[in-house]
Design a protein. Sequence first.
Length: 317
Amino acid sequence: MSQQQSRVPISSQIDNFYQSIKTQKSESASIRFGQWCTRIWNKCPFGRSARITSVLYSLRRIVYGSRDFHVGSGGASHVLEHEVHYKKLYDILGDEKSRQTLMCILRYRVTGDFNLLHAESDFIFNQYFDKSIMKFTDHEVFVDCGGFVGDTTEMFISRLRNFSRIYTYEPENENYQKAIQYLSTWEHDVYDKISLRNAGVGKRSDTLKILSGGAGSHVSETGDQDVHIVSLDEDICEPISFIKMDIEGFELDALEGAKNHIILEKPKLAICVYHKPDDLWKIPEYILQLDHSYRLYLRQYKCGDGQNPWESVLYAV
């Protein structure tokens, strides 16, 4: 009885949240108009023009300012549409901080208020390596998907000098070359255990175009670079103990391409869930489909001045 009584406030919090947004006035006409424009734009053939896209995006930023991210996340209509999924996610998260973090993200998506988003945020230097969640050994095989210039790989090494191997994947050529220069400064006994791959990670082997842009390089039909895509199941033969993914919306595809490793070895996972609105619930649901024994934790990290909705990370252990 005591467990059931203590459970009531937990479930009622998200119930009360949904009840409140259902009784509030609908979103402003400007937000609805912006969402309508986005849907129309996605269907138009001239959307493939990089120049036109750049001009219209700049105009939209002038109109919406910081709320442009809020428009992109779908606002209250998206939160209401997926009520069942978000309530399910709330119930399966592993601790109270995770549940509070989810509530902060949902409140932000409804209001566009970054102060609400970051009410439970952690410092950025803890990202992917939360000591209260992640436990490491001296035999880790770490896979860094979205290696950028090697910064996350370096963070891993600085925390854990004794490890078995690191696989770092970075598809954008300039970032890849910077990662080589950056990581090669480590001692030979460390650098020799790092396998740098000039490739992206996805569901299967493929060749796609990316639009290069530093940390934000992403797959695009109007891209300026051809990149090789691999699946982790095909590319890595040894058991994996830890996978990090920050790959600009390709996270779910990459998890599908790593499902054999996940099912057979149950590696620790640190997966970004902010690039697409639905990733927040689709990615945890997919992970539990592969192995229902995973415990899930959600953390939000504050990047820069905090005026952005980036760096939401799902941990699975």
